[in-house]
Design a protein around this ligand. Structure first.
Ligand SMILES: Nc1ncnc2c1ncn2[C@@H]1O[C@H](COP(=O)(O)OP(=O)(O)O)[C@@H](O)[C@H]1O
Ligand SMILES: [Mg+2]
Length: 485
């Protein structure tokens, strides 16, 4: 049984117990009232018979013997009847009870007068002189002498015997049956209620299970609220968790979308420039074919070719970045020697450095320098950083490739004595297509994507790239990778 069903069953039980108690009270009250009404309807005329039998009061004088006689006769008809003779003010004049009985002296007349009006409702109850705390069904009749009102005959119906019976319900068979029926009906109702509740909550339980499964799927989180709260609470919390996740993802999608749009705008600009140049030089070549000498022709062709190279770079970088962006790319992490990789990559740039008169130095570690990373991607990072360093370092400058170890991490450092990056630009150099303003080298290999690619690769390795730079002094890029065990 799930917790929601349990809750609802308990609620149902409480409700039914409450209904049961109320019904029991109503039943008991109704049965007492019914009893009173029947007693009064059946014996209501007793007082009238007694009063009609003999003249009980004459000129204020009551006939003691007569009242005794008549009361005894009334008791033969109904043994629970107690007869009293009252004066016009309700004072008890006489009765047939033993002389030492404790009695009230006055009977209130309001109910008696109501009883005497023809169609008053039943049951009417009034004071029993023997037990003033309970009111009893009664019968009453006026006593007249020579058309003058002299007093009342007042009869308590069902006196003490009745009281004893009413108090002990266990002796009341009908009431017992009624109460037992109530209990039985409520029990049956409760059982049916539980079945219905179970039936109704089943789909909810299933839904909760499904939602939890789905949630686990999309958030990758274990459902942590297994035991707290019922199904609805679980649903709510699952819903909230998913809502947060979806909101986060929406934001990511939106910003990714914005990035993509910006990129396309910038890229189309970057593509258009070299394309326009190429077309311009080609057109000139075609139109002025005859007028141009060999040297001029070579110049035009060379320039067009340079732009082609640049275009090629840009397209390649774009392709690479979009590949890294797609979720499909997972770095294939393996152990390899960082020293060796740095040595190899530095060899690639030996020519370029020599051409620019830049001193390319390496300062590597001996011994085991195995790191855990994707070797292909790391090669790309080194290439980008080293080519940047050489590009931005003037003649006679220095570029240093250094590997250091601290604890269980290797620190890869690429340091140059180049033109440096201004503080204003430093936060932007990793942005896509960002090129420093004064970056005079609108050259073949500058796409503005190099550092964006580096950053992306660092993200994929869950590490970060640091940069320190002083304008006109030099720049240092560095990143750390874990030592392979
Ligand atoms: N070592 C460096 N020294 C000075 N500036 C640098 C250096 N590396 C990068 N930059 C600046 O950062 C910008 C972005 O670099 P990058 O993303 O590699 O683009 P690109 O090299 O294609 O211009 C460069 O245009 C340059 O202004
Ligand atoms: Mg670059």
């Amino acid at each position: 049984m799930n917790s929601l069903t349990k809750k609802l069953s308990l609620l149902l039980m409480a409700l039914f117990v409450l209904i049961g108690i109320v019904l029991a009270f109503i039943t008991r009250y109704a049965s007492v009232q019914y009893n009173l009404e029947m007693t009064q309807r059946l014996n209501g005329s007793i007082a009238m018979y007694v009063a009609a039998e003999e003249q009980l009061i004459q000129n204020g004088q009551h006939n003691e013997a007569a009242i005794k006689r008549l009361a005894e006769r009334a008791m033969v008809i109904n043994p629970t009847v107690e007869v009293y003779l009252l004066d016009t003010a309700g004072r008890i004049l006489s009765h047939n009870l033993p002389q030492d009985t404790q009695l009230q002296t006055h009977i209130p007349l309001a109910q008696i007068n109501t009883f005497l009006t023809a169609d008053s409702h039943r049951p009417l109850v009034n004071l029993d002189p023997r037990s003033p705390q309970t009111k009893k069904a009664f019968s009453a009749a006026k006593v007249n002498f020579n058309d003058q009102h002299e007093g009342y005959v007042y009869a308590i119906l069902g006196g003490q015997t009745y009281e004893a019976l009413a108090k002990d319900i266990s002796k009341n068979f009908v009431l017992k049956v009624a109460l037992a029926s109530i209990v039985a009906v409520l029990l049956l109702g409760y059982l049916i209620g539980i079945l219905v509740v179970n039936q109704l909550t089943k789909p909810l339980t299933q839904l909760t299970k499904k939602v939890r499964g789905f949630q686990q799927q999309i958030t990758g989180e274990e459902a942590t609220h297994k035991t707290t709260g019922d199904e609805i609470k679980a649903l709510e919390s699952a819903f909230q968790q998913m809502q947060r996740k979806i909101k986060r993802q929406m934001k990511q999608i939106q910003s990714a979308d914005q990035n993509r749009r910006d990129l396309i705008t910038n890229v189309s600009h970057d593509l258009r420039t070299p394309l326009a140049s190429i077309q311009g030089y080609m057109d000139t070549l075609l139109i002025k074919k005859e007028q141009l000498d060999d040297q001029q022709r070579d110049y035009y062709l060379n320039t067009a070719s340079r732009h082609c190279v640049r275009l090629n770079h840009l397209v390649n970088d774009l392709f690479e970045l979009s590949k890294l962006d797609s979720l499909a790319v997972k770095p294939s992490i393996e152990a390899f020697s960082m020293s060796e990789l740095m040595q190899d990559v530095s060899m690639e740039f030996k020519m370029m450095a020599q051409q620019r008169n830049v001193d390319l130095q390496v300062d590597l570690l001996d011994g085991n320098t195995d790191v855990k990373a994707d070797i292909g991607l790391m090669q790309r990072v080194l290439e980008n950083l080293i080519s940047n360093a050489i590009k931005h370092t003037p003649k006679d400058g220095k570029v240093l490739l250094k590997l250091a170890q601290r604890d269980d991490q290797f620190n890869v450092i690429i340091r140059d004595t180049g033109r440096g990056i201004s503080e204003k630009e430093l936060p932007h150099i990793f942005d896509r297509l960002y090129r420093a303003e004064n970056s005079s080298n609108y050259n073949q290999s500058s796409s503005g994507l190099g550092l964006a690619i580096v950053k992306k690769i660092m993200d994929l390795h869950k590490t970060q790239i640091d940069v320190i730079s002083t304008l006109d002094k030099g720049t240092q890029f560095s990143f750390r990778l874990p030592v392979a065990a």
